[in-house]
Design a protein around this ligand. Structure first.
Ligand SMILES: Nc1ncnc2c1ncn2[C@@H]1O[C@H](COP(=O)(O)OP(=O)(O)OP(=O)(O)O)[C@@H](O)[C@H]1O
Ligand SMILES: [Mg+2]
Length: 331
């Protein structure tokens, strides 16, 4: 296990191509398209972008829940595709998800404390029931709850905000190093959102955790993250220090997002069928820039050829922008 490497997670040229059914049967869609990113130790990386930009697909690839079509995920230099036995168990303990809807995280018919104790025993972080109870109590304390508050309760007896705290506690039971939080506050009442984000930020400081924070909401991304990656139709089009990217966006897509980002629709859920119009699929599958059809600066080359990552000088020292305009203007 390397301690020299400053990143805990490396995403290397990852692509995920889905084969579509229904009316678009036979078409393919690159939901994640040659994405390379790194997550630093004790750092928060936000993944932002419109609906359908590939954020959840990438997060599921990182968690090993779906196989990429190409590319590699290295966790502490371990290629997770090749992980087996002890290494795989360690990866599953150390990399924990937090999902958008806490009510879907828990079995509705199972008491929450049983679930948490089961996690501690199942992941073998506890060898006895009493040890499991101690570990679960500690995890609940960290998120501002207590064992007695959750004992004997079913998921529906909590508010969304409380249950999301419980689901963070569930993740903490295994003493993770990296959290993958996919829209963890988008379904939570606005008044309790900041409390949950503050817990995540506190975890990073107190326990040196790294976090991938996925969101539609640029305000919260600005609040919690160190780095930000902006995704458009599967590609990362701009990536750098959050302050640089959000206060002085370079890619026209980032500029558009900052002007008008639609709120996520909590009722919308991926249900295994595709409802994209053929035109939208073409946007994913273009040989050019993924934003070229909507970009005000688009030129012929933008429509035909994928731009390279251009290193743009910024206050923090680096930023990558995938845009022909940067190449043309030599920024
Ligand atoms: N199993 C699947 N089969 C076919 N297409 C899929 C599948 N899962 C996701 N997609 C498509 O891949 C693209 C990326 O979806 P993804 O859910 O990763 O986006 P997202 O950025 O998380 O969106 P949102 O912000 O709405 O959660 C979308 O066009 C989606 O319809
Ligand atoms: Mg998503």
């Amino acid at each position: 296990m390397s301690t020299l490497n400053s990143s805990i997670l490396q995403i290397k040229d990852v692509t995920k191509v889905f084969k579509l059914g229904g009316l678009l049967f036979g078409s393919e869609l690159s939901a994640v398209d040659h994405v390379s990113l790194e997550v630093g130790r004790e750092k928060v990386l936000s993944l932002v972008g419109e609906s359908g930009s590939g954020k959840t697909t990438l997060s599921r690839i990182i968690l090993g829940l779906i196989e990429p079509t190409n590319g590699q995920i290295l966790y502490e230099d371990l290629d997770i595709r090749n992980a087996k036995g002890r290494q795989l168990r360690r990866f599953r303990k150390e990399v924990q998800p937090i999902f958008q809807n806490p009510f879907e995280t828990f079995n509705p018919f199972k008491r929450v404390d049983r679930y948490l104790l089961g996690s501690a025993l199942g992941y073998k972080v506890a060898n006895s029931k009493s040890e499991a109870r101690r570990i679960v109590s500690e995890a609940l304390d960290i998120v501002g709850l207590s064992y007695t508050m959750v004992e004997g309760q079913f998921p529906h007896e909590f508010s969304g905000g409380e249950l999301q705290r419980v689901s963070i506690a569930r993740a903490l039971v295994t003493n993770p190093r990296l959290l993958i939080a996919d829209e963890p506050v988008s379904m939570i009442d606005a008044s309790t959102r900041m409390g949950i984000l503050n817990i995540l930020m506190d975890l990073r400081k107190r326990f040196s955790m790294s976090i991938v924070y996925i969101t539609h909401d640029l305000d919260t991304a600005y609040y919690v993250s160190d780095q930000i990656a902006v995704m458009c139709r599967g590609c990362v089009v701009e990536c750098g220090d959050v302050e640089d990217v959000l206060t002085d966006p370079v890619h026209p897509y980032t500029q558009m997002l900052l002007k008008c980002l639609p709120e996520p629709d909590p009722t919308r859920r991926w249900e295994g069928h595709i409802e994209l119009a053929g035109l939208e699929v073409k946007e994913y599958e273009t040989a050019g820039c993924k934003f070229s059809k909507r970009c005000p600066n688009s030129e012929d080359k933008c429509l035909k050829e994928r731009p390279p990552d251009v290193e743009v000088e910024s206050r923090s020292g680096y930023r990558f922008v995938k845009c022909w305009k940067c190449v043309r203007e030599g920024v």
